[in-house]
Design a protein around this ligand. Structure first.
Ligand code: DGL
Length: 274
């Protein structure tokens, strides 16, 4: 069975990944699914994030996707491994589910000079230590320091990215991170919502520190994956379309997503999960 590539996030954040993937691989078809009615995931337990993410993956499989990208660090940190190891063999072992943490960890070795890297992410991603583990598998000598930013996703989801409230919370977490390790020269935005705060993040970060948004690295890694896996690539349809699904109302998704993606006339459908 052939189908579109599924891209999943708890809300709008995954659009920052989809945007870069479509820029690099415009010929493929995509179905984006945002669980906007149940966002944020970042403060939820392992069990709940796993359950919600599995429901989303099953929905995208039902719609024919041979490959699903978890464009959400929290879902990648808490659910990816269980889905790959426990659920995929039972549901359909010929389909694939990939995350965003590994491709981001891979790029870091060539970027940091000081070998001190900071991670800004949701509480769930920081607590899971997934970034520390993935980076250490590849680069054991890099010192990784995390800082959870629980207010950032609600700020983005509520379209408050340019507010004074955003200034306060962005400055607070950047300062805390740099106080924990002042040798950090590279910061990973380990949440797909955070690129929408990039201007403010740059404003409050010391100028020598490089900020890494994941989109381009995930897109490059997907391109490479599809080249190395022709059995999956041939099952991905290529007519250049993109459908958007949300667990919220169509109009609410459309209104906000247009701001994030700078795209008009999106085809949005409201669905329920679970
Ligand atoms: N965008 C998601 C991430 O990359 C999580 C946001 C949330 O639902 O808390 O972690």
């Amino acid at each position: 069975m052939k189908g579109a590539i599924g891209v999943f996030d708890s809300g709008y954040g995954g659009l920052t990944i989809l945007d870069k993937i479509r820029e690099l691989l415009p010929q493929y078809d995509y179905i984006y699914l945002g669980d906007n009615a149940r966002t944020p995931y970042g403060t939820r337990s392992f069990e709940v994030v796993y359950e919600f993410t599995l429901q989303a993956v099953e929905k995208l499989f039902e719609l024919g996707c041979p490959l699903v990208i978890l464009a959400c660090n929290t879902a990648s940190a808490k659910a990816l491994r269980s889905i790959q190891q426990i659920n995929l063999p039972q549901i359909d072992e010929t389909r694939r589910v990939l995350g965003v943490i590994r491709p981001t960890a891979e790029c870091i070795g060539e970027i940091t000079q000081s070998k001190h890297v900071g991670i800004l992410a949701t509480s769930g991603t920081i607590k899971s230590e997934s970034y520390v583990m993935e980076i250490h598998k590849l680069y054991p000598d890099i010192i990784v320091t995390g800082e959870a930013c629980p207010m950032w996703v609600p700020i983005v989801e509520n379209n408050e990215s340019h507010s004074e409230g955003a200034d306060y919370f962005v400055r607070q977490h950047i300062n805390r991170l740099m106080e924990k390790d002042h040798l950090i020269d590279t910061i990973i935005l380990g949440c797909t919502h955070y690129p929408l705060l990039i201007d403010k993040i740059k404003q409050f970060t010391p100028p020598h520190v490089r900020i890494i948004a994941q989109g381009e690295y995930v897109a490059e890694s997907l391109k490479d994956y599809l080249q190395r896996h022709p059995e999956i690539n041939t099952r991905c349809t290529k007519t250049g379309t993109c459908r958007f699904l949300t667990t919220e109302s169509e109009s609410k998704f459309q209104e906000s997503a247009e701001v994030f993606l700078h795209q008009k006339d999106m085809l949005v459908e409201s669905i329920s999960l679970g």
